[in-house]
Design a protein. Structure first.
Length: 56
């Protein structure tokens, strides 16, 4: 794959497949898109679950 795997914006940990994450992103302007992973890769910032729980 040509893309770097997503990483937590707080600790830099690589996000694994199937891991629960929290994403910060803008609500999409268009409707009916199907490439959700590509959209998330381009538009979202991720927090791993442990960093999210530390912020509370």
């Amino acid at each position: 794959m040509l893309f770097d795997p997503p990483k937590c914006i707080n600790c830099g940990k690589e996000i694994e497949d199937g891991e629960q994450v929290y994403a910060k992103l803008r609500y999409p302007k268009r409707k009916g898109f199907t490439e959700i992973k590509a959209y998330l890769r381009n538009e979202a910032s991720f927090l791993c679950e442990s960093c999210f729980e530390k912020k509370d």
